[in-house]
Design a protein around this ligand. Structure first.
Ligand code: MG
Length: 230
C-alpha cells in the first residue's frame, strides 16, 4: 500500500532555481538602470543585493517586516552601498524586479521531469512563503503548473512557514490527514521545522550537504532520489 496520499512541495530552491533566476533578473535591471555608472562590477552589486535580500527574507518569515518593505528595502540598501541614495529609483527597481524575476525559468536539475512523473501518482501542492502573484507566474512560465493542484501561499493561509498553520491549511485543501502527506523542501528552518510541527513527514532536499540542525524523515541531495522514496 502506498504510504502517502499527497505531496507538498516547496517551490523556491527546491524546484525553481532562485540563485540563477534572481541573478539573471538583477543583470537586466543593472543594465536597464545603467548601474555600471556607479558600480562597474556587476558581481559586487549583486553581492550587496543578495546580502540585503536574504536578511530581509528572514525578517519577513519572522513577521518583522511587511512584503512592501522587503520588496523595496533590498534595492534601497543595494543602491546605498553603491552611493546612490534614491528612494524613487529603489521603489521602481523593486516593482520591476517583482514583474521580471518570475519570468525566468532556470530549474533545479531534474525538477520538471520528477514533478511530471510524481504528478501521475500523487496529487501535489506547492506550499510557499512567496507572494501569490509571483509564484503563479513562476509556475506557469516554467511549465510546472499542470503538475500541481494548487499553490498554497502564506499570504492566503495567514501564516508563514514554519508555522504549522500553513501546513494545516494545505492539508485541509488537499483533504488528507497529516499522516498521509509528506513535505519536500530545501529549508530546514521553514519547510522541515514547519512540517515537523504539523506532524507531517518530511524530505529534506539538501543538495549542498549542509550539516543537519533538525531530523527530517528522509534526506536527499538530488531530486531523482524522490522516485526511490515515493
Ligand atoms: Mg525553498
Amino acid at each position: 500500500m502506498k504510504r502517502y496520499d499527497c505531496l507538498l512541495f516547496d517551490l523556491d530552491r527546491t524546484l525553481w532555481d532562485v540563485e540563477k533566476n534572481q541573478k539573471e533578473a538583477l543583470r537586466v535591471l543593472y543594465s536597464r538602470y545603467r548601474l555600471d555608472r556607479y558600480c562597474p562590477d556587476f558581481e559586487l552589486c549583486f553581492e550587496y543585493y543578495e546580502k540585503s535580500n536574504s536578511r530581509l527574507w528572514e525578517e519577513y518569515r519572522d513577521g518583522k517586516v511587511t512584503r512592501e518593505v522587503l520588496r523595496n528595502t533590498r534595492f534601497e540598501e543595494m543602491l546605498d552601498q553603491i552611493g546612490v541614495h534614491d528612494l524613487t529609483l529603489a521603489r521602481q527597481m523593486g516593482d520591476d524586479y517583482v514583474r521580471l524575476a518570475p519570468t525566468f525559468t532556470n530549474m533545479i536539475p531534474h525538477a520538471t521531469e520528477i514533478a511530471r512523473e510524481l504528478s501521475q501518482r500523487y496529487p501535489m501542492y506547492i506550499v510557499t512563503n512567496g507572494f501569490v502573484e509571483t509564484q503563479h507566474i513562476k509556475l506557469r512560465n516554467c511549465g510546472l503548473a499542470p503538475y500541481f493542484r494548487e499553490i498554497v501561499c502564506s499570504e492566503e493561509a495567514g501564516a508563514n512557514k514554519p508555522s504549522p498553520v500553513i501546513f494545516e491549511y494545505a492539508l485541509r485543501k488537499a483533504g488528507v490527514p497529516h499522516t498521509r502527506a509528506i513535505m519536500i523542501g530545501d529549508d530546514p528552518e521553514t519547510d522541515i521545522l514547519g512540517a515537523v510541527r504539523a506532524e507531517i513527514d518530511t524530505v529534506w532536499f539538501n543538495p549542498h550537504h549542509t550539516p543537519r540542525t533538525i531530523d527530517p524523515t528522509y534526506e536527499i541531495s538530488t531530486l531523482p532520489e524522490l522516485l526511490e522514496l515515493l
